[in-house]
Design a protein around this ligand. Structure first.
Ligand code: GAL
Length: 434
């Protein structure tokens, strides 16, 4: 009897011991890829996979500089640059969705602050909160409050912004403007006068490359901003003003008119190809987010305010359309410590100042070093401080991905058919998904 009981107790102790060992190794494998690294067992230990759509000219320079800085600081951590080409994430977002649904998230991925982050990934409970990282790095007063709000939900912060791009800018070829005596336009009337003069002189007034339809959506959102003003623009995307509002109709009409001045081959060009038309003087100007500044200055070697100039999209000079690229920590990632190290570098002054001067954006942090930026950058920093900030539809902040997909389709049809009623109807029908 006695012996039997002793054996039983020994058996239970053995089972508990084995269970404890087992669960130890599980946890270290799951949460601490880096810490268990006396042996170099796990494939994922010490590796960070960075997913974005920054490949090629005008896109990747900033990312590569950031990766270089990270590798310098953490030579032990391997980086995999898993970028998928396609402006504004045209292809990357589909690849990401498949991976997230298949529980195979990248270590960290590019996502716009606002609805793209909140309505897609936070709502689906796919992201880890990063409040502890913000606290450890004392970031709460280093990023503007509005920006932290854009990447937060219910007091949890879900990503780290690396930059702020401006979307309501026109870039123009200074020699072309000068040759034809064109003044920088400030409203739609002046804009169309300038466009007429350029067209008469045989220059394409406006470059467009809507092979991927977000570029046309971007033009339309800026016209909406110009016609509605910042408050009502925000109300439109908050569902408080309908897409059948007279001013949306007016914006669609102005959009149609603007399309009369674009290059004929717009549907076969991407954003870089269309920006090239401005660079080489075949076209006079282009509305493009200021990643075009990075492209002109770093890839095409053009000089800011000598070769190319810039002005706010007509009638929007009191506003700044924010496009912020951010990176977070998906749930289910094994090597969270390494990913947090990467996010720490990305959110640091040094990281932001390595990335942004090349990307054309301004730092998301308020305490970065302005001397690292050219005149476009310092102007944009000033404008950011003094303007009304509005979210971009084309770049994921103003509305859900579902609505954006439908808006892109409707805009794409409008570009060829120019049917205002159809566009208004399509947007009105999609509004429920905002
Ligand atoms: C935006 C993104 C920018 C830039 C641009 C063109 O959506 O925020 O960083 O990459 O697309 O691809």
């Amino acid at each position: 009897m006695h012996v039997k009981k002793l054996f039983y107790l020994l058996f239970v102790a053995l089972v508990l011991l084995l269970a404890a060992c087992n669960s130890d190794s599980d946890t270290s494998g799951e949460a601490e890829g880096g810490d268990s690294s006396g042996d170099d067992g796990g494939e994922s230990a010490g590796k960070v996979e960075i997913f974005s759509w920054w490949t090629g000219a005008g896109e990747e320079d900033g990312l590569l500089a950031l990766i270089d800085l990270f590798e310098e600081k953490h030579p032990d951590i391997e980086v995999e640059n898993a970028a998928v080409a396609g402006g504004a994430g045209t292809n990357a977002k589909a690849v990401l969705a498949t991976r997230m649904q298949g529980n195979d998230p990248p270590s960290t991925f590019q996502v716009h602050g606002g609805e793209e982050l909140n309505k897609s990934w936070v709502a689906a409970d796919k992201m880890e909160p990063l409040n502890d990282l913000y606290e450890e790095n004392e970031w709460m007063d280093k990023f503007p409050e509005e920006l932290i709000d854009l990447v937060s939900q219910d007091d949890n912060i879900y990503s780290v912004p690396v930059n702020i791009h401006r979307g309501n800018v026109f870039f123009y070829n200074m020699a072309v403007f000068e040759e034809h005596g064109i003044e920088v336009p400030t409203n739609f009337d002046e804009f169309f006068e300038a466009a007429d003069a350029l067209q008469e002189a045989g220059v394409v007034p406006v470059a467009l490359g809507d092979k991927e339809s977000w570029t046309a959506t971007q033009v339309f959102e800026n016209i909406l901003l110009g016609v509605l003003g910042p408050d009502d623009y925000k109300k439109l995307f908050a569902g408080e003003i309908g897409f059948d509002d007279d001013r949306v109709v007016e914006a669609a009409e102005i959009f149609g008119k603007m399309l009369d001045y674009v290059n004929e081959d717009h549907a076969s060009r991407n954003w870089q190809d269309s920006a090239q038309l401005v660079a080489n003087g075949e076209a006079a100007m282009i509305n493009m987010g200021d990643w075009a500044k990075g492209y002109f200055a770093n890839d095409l070697d053009l000089k800011t305010n000598e070769d190319f100039g810039y002005f706010p999209f007509p009638a929007t000079d009191d506003s700044f359309t924010i496009i912020t690229d951010t990176f977070g920590l998906p749930k289910g990632v094994e090597n969270t410590d390494e990913v947090k190290e990467f996010l720490t570098v990305l959110g640091s002054v040094e990281g932001q100042d390595a990335f942004n001067p090349l990307k054309g954006s301004i730092p998301a942090r308020v305490d970065a070093d302005p001397s690292k930026y050219d005149e476009y950058g310092t102007d944009a920093m000033e404008d950011f401080k003094n303007s009304r900030l509005v979210p971009s539809l084309a770049h994921g902040s103003a509305a859900s991905e579902g609505f954006l997909t439908k808006a892109n389709q409707a805009v794409n049809i409008f570009v060829t058919q120019r049917d205002v009623d159809n566009l208004i109807q399509a947007l009105t029908n999609a509004a429920g998904e905002m």
